[in-house]
Design a protein around this ligand. Structure first.
Ligand SMILES: [Zn+2]
Length: 475
């Protein structure tokens, strides 16, 4: 065969193998008794593809220790543990590989400093299953890549996949983004209740150890009332089913955390708890549900504004009185004032978010304080007491593609470009203390100072203050 003909021959083979130009990934999952074996088939006409295993969320550094037995079955596959990158070189448009995810919390696991981070670690064994899916699936560079997931072997206990709401381990077809940013839980006591909200099915997933009837009734009521109210606030036309997953956690050291996803949330609690919906845990659920809408971008926004939303929606949905908002904000104002990094620049704090709980909370509380400050300015310039709603209507168009610039532009449209930029620089970038000038505050309240200088919100006019929560007034 002459060289030219040989080249043409190779080219035609490639063309036959790659008729479909879009990539595709098919996953088959098999329960091994103490882990999940993943068989992954990649179809692509690209020379090579790069995937990432797990994230740095949670401050973890040893994620690759639970990614085991990587085996290339077709094509070339190499893993770089330092960057958690997996390089795949397809052979004739196709690559196949397998790996196993195995990780259980140690028997004597106790980590009081890990208040946020232990939620990010898989816990898989014969008694229960818990994994965020970035610890199970590989994330491709293009998260819109079509993906299918099929379970070949399931554990003896029921399993719930947040990415496949209400359908357990049935086959799933979607995008890489929808399966990678999600979670899976399994438990012998797992129970899935369908909750109809505004004529649509949503799911409450529990594995209650104690006081079943009381807890299930309280959780159902909360879900129906709160989720119904917040969905109405955001005016969703065609929402996907939402899953509220309340899952028992072993050796629990810190209950005030959960994970919010685009179509569900997961919150853990101490399995020995008699009453699940305490006020603190209700606020966590509310915060995590809030991430459905406020979730992307910098932490001062995704966490801080979501905290503002938690305080606001708790009142607006009728779960609590307007004084609850004041208490919730005061907790943040005090936390910020007493934070050792209170005046650190915003970008530095973002960088250190996972390093140290003080930095984590700094951004929650600074963002919340800033959101509250903005509602005062927006009320003053627009004359509308429900300034939070006005602000959220302005940012809604880019919530799924949030950027600092778009945010400043939207706020500039409400309170003027100059004031917006000056305040943002001062409070978020430079980390200066909030002034709380009386003329900038929302109506019906004042900021007083405690002896150590901690600011504290006081409601001076109950009726005026209640007008900030318009949904509440409607009902
Ligand atoms: Zn959050």
């Amino acid at each position: 065969m002459n060289p030219l003909k040989f080249i043409l021959f190779c080219a035609s083979v490639l063309i036959t193998a790659c008729t479909d130009k879009s990539d595709r990934i098919d996953y088959t999952l098999s329960w091994t008794g103490n882990g999940i074996r993943v068989d992954m088939e990649v179809r692509s006409c690209l020379d090579s593809l790069f995937f990432t295993y797990a994230t740095e969320n949670g401050g973890f550094t040893d994620q690759m220790s639970w990614f085991q037995d990587l085996t290339p079955l077709k094509g070339d596959v190499t893993a770089d543990p330092a960057t958690r990158k997996i390089a795949v070189v397809p052979d004739g448009g196709q690559a196949r590989l397998s790996y196993t995810v195995r990780c259980a919390l140690p028997e004597d696991y106790y980590s009081p400093k890990s208040c946020l981070w232990d939620m990010f670690r898989p816990d898989l064994d014969g008694e229960m299953m818990f994994t965020r899916t970035e610890n199970l699936f590989l994330a491709p560079e293009n998260m819109a890549t079509p993906v299918s997931v099929r379970w070949a072997e399931v554990p003896e206990y029921p399993v719930y996949c947040i990415y496949n709401p209400g359908k357990g381990t049935d086959p799933y077809n979607g995008t890489a983004g929808s399966v990678v940013g999600s979670a899976i839980v399994g438990d012998p006591l797992l129970e899935v209740d369908t909750i109809m909200i505004n004529g649509r099915a949503n799911y409450l997933v529990t594995a209650l150890r104690k006081s079943h009837d009381m807890n299930i009734i309280t959780l159902k009521e909360y879900f129906r009332d709160f989720y119904g109210s917040i969905s109405e606030f955001w005016g969703e036309e065609d929402p996907e089913p939402y899953s509220m997953v309340i899952f028992p956690f072993r050796n629990n050291t810190f209950e005030m955390t959960g994970n919010g996803f685009s179509n569900g949330f997961l919150s853990r609690y101490d399995a020995t708890a008699d009453t699940i919906l305490t006020t603190g845990r209700r606020d966590i659920f509310t915060h995590e549900i809030g991430h459905k809408w406020i979730g992307g971008g910098n932490a001062w926004f995704s966490e801080g504004f979501n905290e503002m939303q938690t305080g606001y929606q708790t009142v607006a949905s009728g779960l609590d009185k307007p004084s609850f908002f004041a208490e919730y904000l005061n907790h943040a104002l005090a936390g910020l004032h007493r934070n050792p990094h209170r005046n650190d620049p915003g970008d530095l704090a973002e960088e250190r978010f996972w390093d140290d709980g003080d930095y984590t909370w700094l951004l929650y509380w600074r963002g919340f304080s800033y959101a509250f400050h903005l509602t005062g300015l927006v009320e003053k310039t627009t004359g509308k007491p429900d300034a939070w709603k006005v602000m959220m209507d302005a940012v809604k168009p880019f919530l799924h593609d949030f950027s600092r610039e778009r945010f400043l532009e939207a706020m500039g449209g409400l309170i003027g470009k100059e004031r917006t930029e000056a305040d943002f620089r001062k409070y978020i970038l430079e980390g200066q203390d909030f002034d709380y000038r009386p003329e900038d505050l929302p109506s019906g309240c004042a900021i007083v100072r405690l002896p150590d200088g901690t600011p504290k919100l006081e409601i001076t006019d109950t009726l005026l203050f209640a007008r900030h929560f318009s949904v509440h007034l409607k009902s």
